[in-house]
Design a protein around this ligand. Structure first.
Ligand SMILES: [Zn+2]
Length: 187
């Protein structure tokens, strides 16, 4: 019998294994760093004692809210870990099973997927549910859930582009999650 793993546990397992294996050298993390782009949030980690071993330089930069010039340090790993776990919200259990296989674990992932909103462009359940999903950017197609304005094109144009290129425009192909189409449930 295949062993069963709860999806929350699966996310943690994958995030911790991959961070350890890669020594935090993951391009997707470098792009987003510091994902928690507010000194306040980094300070919460500090106050909770989760960021031990940061350099004097980094601590000074955080204090001066000079986050733009912050360089990656091993000690930021807890932020990376939480961020990686966060990126798996709304993903299907099947996708999490695939991620577990990548780290050598064969298991069936169980548990209810977080309630997600439907992207009006690509029709994947890839954004936050309801009001929380307003202004969310879809990781599958890059449509911003706020009407034509912020997207600088009509929904219909974006939908046609998605069909043609796999993103709301050809130039957004580099910004989308390359695994988005297998990560989320399609309507
Ligand atoms: Zn979308």
């Amino acid at each position: 019998m295949t062993k069963k793993i709860n999806r929350e546990k699966a996310k943690i397992l994958f995030a911790e294994t991959i961070l350890k294996k890669s020594n935090c050298d993951l391009p997707e993390l470098k792009i987003d760093f510091p994902y928690y782009d507010y000194a306040e949030e980094i300070n919460t980690y500090l106050n909770e004692g989760k960021l031990t071993g940061l350099s004097r330089k980094a601590l000074d930069q955080i204090q001066q809210e000079d986050l733009f010039n912050l360089e990656f340090e091993e000690a930021f790993q807890p932020i990376y870990r939480d961020y990686l776990i966060f990126t798996f919200q709304f993903s299907t259990n099947k996708y999490l099973e695939k991620k577990l296989v990548e780290i050598g674990i064969k298991a069936s992932v169980i548990g209810k997927t977080e309630p997600a909103g439907l992207c009006p462009c690509c029709k994947y359940y890839s954004i936050d549910f309801g009001e929380d999903g307003a202004w969310d950017i879809c990781p599958v197609c890059f449509w911003e859930n706020g009407g034509d304005g912020p997207n600088r094109m009509t929904l219909e144009e974006a939908q046609n582009n998605f069909e043609k290129y796999g993103a709301m425009s050809q130039s957004h192909l580099t910004s989308i999650d390359p695994e988005g189409k297998i990560k989320f449930r399609k309507a």
